[in-house]
Design a binder for this molecule. Structure first.
Ligand code: SF4
Length: 363
């Protein structure tokens, strides 16, 4: 399959791994931002193909993992309302809120539907005219345009019984937050290819310059990731700190202008809470005032606000690259994909789940 098979070719992968080994002279710590890349690294055992001088850290780019517990609590409160049809993507169903998850709300009689596209929420609203339809709109720049289009179409079509519980996050401010931490060990980044497919990569250039870190826009297949690492390593070895594009078959410098236009139509940049991390300035997208009538948080104000539970889960540190999943005491013991204590063990893009499934885990 074009653009897939050649990026899984064993010979090319071995050659790239060899090139990296020949280029490395010192210890380098590189973070892959995206949970999809973390999964690919774990699934294909890519760390075992790297020289010992290279340490990979796993970043905050799992949309399910960073959605705040308070949003999930609010989602469950809304989904428990008998007047509501609540819709979401499947991987949100088992993410724990403070007391329960959406799967349990559904089992207890809540009308919770799994949908594949935000536009399906509009159809549900038309089919359920006597109910309120609420869509949980989460994710990074990748999912934001489709959510924005659903909001735009809802407004254009004057659909009265739909609203959106929005929790959209942005990657570049999270990278800056990581680099601003005095504990950060990150010396170079693999930037998430699909985010850059939407946004391009111009916005990474000031970060590369300000923090003197190489940033390489990288795809998701094993060879993509090794090529991205190779490009970061070469910059580090040469003392450069530029933005380079390994994923040129999908990413252009300016990104997808039509997608950016719909984002700008619907959303504005706001401060945002990240689960386990805290508030990061200018790291979220909120609804512009002309879309206020479609804001589920206003239509269904949250009645119960829980105090965060004290827990041994260190997923916040995992998301910031400060700890690896197997450094968590609960990993594979109290916390497994069947019984997750944190969101990073739930999502297929979560680092804890990736380690559990692919790193020859032994209980
Ligand atoms: S293994 Fe479980 S408890 Fe530990 S950080 Fe990951 S999600 Fe949290």
């Amino acid at each position: 399959m074009k653009y897939i098979d050649e990026y899984r070719d064993r010979g090319s992968i071995e050659k790239c791994s060899q090139r990296i080994a020949e280029a490395v002279t010192g210890p380098w710590t590189i973070m892959e931002i995206c949970g999809g890349q973390t999964r690919s690294i774990a699934k294909h055992g890519l760390e075992s193909l790297l020289p010992s001088e290279i340490t990979l850290l796993h970043g905050p780019g799992c949309p399910v993992c960073v959605t705040p517990q308070s949003i999930l609590d609010h989602a469950m409160e809304i989904a428990s309302n008998p007047e509501v049809v609540f819709c979401t993507f499947g991987d949100m169903m088992r993410v724990p809120g403070t007391n329960t998850d959406l799967a349990h709300i559904k089992a207890e009689g809540g009308d919770v539907r799994i949908i594949q596209s935000p536009m399906e929420a509009l159809n549900l609203a038309r089919e359920n005219a006597d109910k309120e339809v609420v869509f949980l709109a989460i994710g990074f720049e990748t999912t934001a345009p489709a959510n924005a289009m659903a909001l735009y179409q809802s407004k254009q079509q004057g659909i009265k019984n739909i609203s959106f519980l929005v929790s959209q996050v942005l990657v570049p401010p999270a990278m800056e937050s990581i680099l601003n931490s005095p504990h950060s060990k990150v010396q170079g980044f693999l930037a998430a290819g699909h985010v850059c497919t939407i946004m391009g990569f111009e916005e990474y250039e000031p970060i590369a310059q300000r923090y003197q870190v190489p940033i390489v826009v990288t795809g998701f297949e094993p060879l993509d990731i090794l090529m991205g690492i190779d490009m970061v390593v070469r910059q580090l070895e040469e003392g450069r700190h530029e933005v380079e594009n390994q994923y040129s078959r999908s990413v252009q410098r300016e990104g997808n202008l039509a997608a950016q236009k719909i984002l700008n139509e619907v959303f504005e940049v706001i401060p945002k809470q990240w689960r386990g991390v805290g508030e990061i300035p200018s790291s979220g997208l909120g609804l512009k005032s002309v879309y206020r009538h479609l804001n589920a948080a206003l239509r269904f104000p949250q009645k119960i606000i829980y105090e965060p539970l004290s827990t041994n889960c260190i997923s916040g540190q995992v998301l910031q690259g400060l700890k690896k999943p197997n450094e968590c005491e609960a990993f594979g013991k109290e916390c497994t994909p069947d019984s997750p204590l944190g969101a990073t063990m739930v999502s297929s893009e979560g680092a804890c789940a990736a380690y559990f499934h692919y790193q020859n885990f032994q209980a």
